[in-house]
Design a protein around this ligand. Structure first.
Ligand code: NAD
Ligand code: MG
Length: 377
């Protein structure tokens, strides 16, 4: 069979580079036809040398770029809508990934989605785009890949509930007093995953799990009262699915993004892959579970409430979080300011209109302005 064409958006990031490692081992099945990055021209140039894609885009041109590369945000949609691309692996971080997802779906492509923010901002629009054409979203996020792997072959009516696992992040067992003084360096020290800076901070606040609950709601059409979260510090079980007969199926592996990335490309099939070490349940023991501490990590509850409210609320939650996380990473605000900013933005802006992309992006912009004014950052 002819290889499938893949566009990797955000190819220089944590997911992007892992995806290229997976694709490099699957050259008979997949061909990298487009690559995009934000500004890391040096790494992008190296990737272009390795994969020779037909299309290269760099949003912010700089001296490490190449005259033949497309620049500006149009390059993302350009890569996502090419005729020679079958699968768009969206590994962009943040709201910047939205338009490429929507454009790829409109063209009937598979979107292998790491960019969970897309579904949080515009879950309804994504669902509409999928149901009105032949486009589909296959999750890259490990928890959602796990759920998909567990439910494939079963109708949605047979699923009673899903339980997403959360590592608990670096502050799982910190006291409130210690947490109040947490530094950027502390927050970036994730116990089980090596990821980009934004999602690492989201994992420390548990905002990431809120984004994932909303993501699960839209991906699997589940009401919020059938999506639960449990802390599992070892990150070996990636999620549980309980079926209507009471049986529970879980998906496990060592913590690696290679497997969910590969599955997003091959679903519903599986292909041979020797990129990860063999599964050793004894070495991975013990596997433990504990409840979420909502008092210490208020961002999770705020995000789930925003998801339940719907409309513009999830977009406001996401934008306030993105803005606050950027300020925290820049050393301008404290760790506790992040949920404070989210809560304040939701109080003020959750009822903004949300009927289309423009209104959702206006809510996103209003939330960012609100957080900047509130935190003076
Ligand atoms: P990262 O910061 O390492 O990489 C982000 C990529 O997006 C880079 O290639 C960067 O060039 C590009 N980018 C950043 N801003 C951009 C912009 N404005 N326009 C266009 N491109 C831009 O992030 P990551 O950890 O790879 O995460 C990417 C996405 O995957 C996030 O949504 C994250 O939540 C999700 N995710 C990541 C992991 C992980 O293990 N890293 C796991 C699950 C989900
Ligand atoms: Mg995840």
């Amino acid at each position: 069979m002819a290889p499938k064409g893949v566009a990797v958006l955000g190819s220089t990031g944590s997911i992007g580079t892992t995806a290229l490692r997976v694709l490099d081992r699957q050259r008979n099945r997949f061909e990298v036809r487009a690559l995009t990055a934000n500004s890391n021209g040096a790494l992008l140039r190296e990737q272009v040398r390795q994969f020779a894609p037909a299309f290269v885009g760099m949003v912010e041109p700089n001296s490490n770029g190449d005259d033949a590369w497309r620049t500006g945000t149009d390059a993302l949609v350009g890569a996502a809508t090419r005729d020679d691309v079958d699968i768009v692996l969206n590994a962009i971080v943040g709201a910047a990934g939205l338009d490429a997802t929507l454009a790829a779906l409109e063209q009937g492509k598979r979107v292998a989605l790491a960019n969970k923010e897309t579904l949080v901002i515009a879950g309804d629009l994504v669902q509409q785009a999928c149901s009105s054409g032949s486009g589909e979203v296959i999750p890259v996020d490990s928890e959602h890949s796990a759920i998909l792997q567990c439910i494939t072959g079963h109708p949605a009516s047979q699923v009673r509930r899903v339980v997403l696992t959360a590592s608990g992040g670096p502050f799982r067992d910190w006291t409130p007093e210690r947490l109040a003084k947490a530094t950027v360096e502390d927050a970036l020290r994730h116990p089980t995953w090596r990821m980009g800076r934004k999602v690492t901070i989201d994992s420390a606040t548990l905002a990431n799990k809120a984004l994932e609950v909303i993501e699960a709601h839209f991906l699997f059409g589940l009401p919020y009262d059938r999506i639960e979260v449990v802390v599992h510090p070892q990150s070996v079980v990636h999620s549980f699915v309980e079926f209507i007969d009471g049986s529970v199926v879980a998906q496990m592996s060592v913590p690696t993004m290679e497997l969910p990335i590969l599955y997003s490309l091959t679903h519903p099939d599986r292909v041979e892959y020797d990129g990860v070490p063999p599964f050793d349940p004894v070495k991975l023991s013990p596997m433990t579970y504990e409840p979420v501490n909502h008092e210490r990590f208020p961002a999770l509850r705020l995000g789930i409430a925003a998801g339940k409210k719907g409309g513009a609320a999830p977009a406001v939650f996401n934008a306030a979080n993105e803005c606050a996380v950027a300020a925290f990473l820049a050393g301008k605000i404290t760790f506790a300011d992040i949920p404070r900013a989210i809560s304040s933005a939701l109080d003020k802006l959750a009822d903004l209109p949300s009927g289309d992309r423009e209104q959702l992006l206006a809510a996103d912009a209003a939330a960012r302005r609100h957080v900047q004014q509130m935190l003076k950052c």
